[in-house]
Write a protein that binds this ligand. Structure first.
Ligand code: PGA
Length: 251
């Protein structure tokens, strides 16, 4: 039995309107009251204020999906971590594979974003994971090392105590093809072992989420693995019933 409190995070990506985001947040807030895991929703920036208002007095935490490395200045179009913190956000996802692949974010940039999140007194949810090509080429460990080492360099191993890692194999995201619980557990254990070599206490306390086609029917099996501490949910988080069923599997 691990002492780590499970966390289930909904990544709403680039979806919804003010009205639909508010309605979804309301349904999640109502359903989450009975759950014992930590529940988080990450709407788009434009919906933060509405969702914050909707989640007031609920047990559901608020987060964002990205932020600038800069706290302020002449960076047109960016959104700074301190701006996000003003909405009562507690977490920001950084380094999602869509950011890495579609927006060219390097591991060094992702690590700087993780630092910016912590400097604004929130926790980064740092996403890592390999493509199918990398997995088939036997590069899994090398890919994880490159992604994690950048974060360790930037935050220090002690800084990992104030963060969350999400393992999201790129080939499982939005494809309906989840990693098996054994595949996911193997990688989560690899990540924890790597960090334990630097600081066993930090590694033991760190929440490592699995993401990639988590659905109500595979969540329980995934979350029952010893090193899987919850999930980062994309598609299924847009439906309150599905998302709450996944949260219940972690509770
Ligand atoms: P998915 O997305 O659940 O739709 O596969 C997960 C994610 O991108 O975080």
């Amino acid at each position: 039995m691990s002492a780590r409190q499970s966390l289930v995070a909904g990544n709403w990506k680039l979806n919804g309107s003010r009205a639909s985001a508010t309605a979804l947040a309301k349904e999640v807030a109502d359903g989450a009251a009975a759950l014992s895991c930590d529940v988080l929703v990450c709407p788009g920036f434009a919906h933060l204020a509405d969702v914050q208002a909707t989640l007031a007095d609920s047990t559901v935490a608020l987060g964002a999906q990205n932020c600038s490395v800069e706290p302020s200045g002449a960076f047109t179009g960016e959104v700074a971590a301190p701006m996000i913190a003003e909405f009562g956000a507690q977490y920001i996802i950084v380094g999602h594979s869509e950011r890495r692949a579609l927006f060219g974010e390097s591991s060094a940039l992702v690590a700087q974003k993780a630092k910016a999140v912590q400097q604004a007194d929130m926790q980064p949810i740092v996403c890592v994971g390999e493509t199918l090509e990398q997995r088939e080429a036997g590069q899994l460990q090398a890919v994880l090392d490159e992604q994690l080492d950048a974060v360790i360099d930037q935050l220090g191993i002690a800084g990992l105590a104030h963060s969350v890692i999400a393992y999201e194999p790129v080939w499982a995201i939005g494809t309906g093809k989840s990693a098996t619980s054994a595949q996911a557990q193997e990688v989560h254990a690899m990540i924890r072992a790597k960090l334990a070599a630097l600081d066993s206490e930090v590694a033991a306390g760190l929440r490592i989420l699995y993401g990639g086609s988590v659905k109500p029917d595979n969540a329980k099996e995934l979350f029952s693995q010893p090193d899987i501490d919850g999930g980062l949910i994309g598609g299924a988080a847009l439906d309150a019933k599905s998302f709450l069923a996944i949260c219940a599997a972690a509770s």
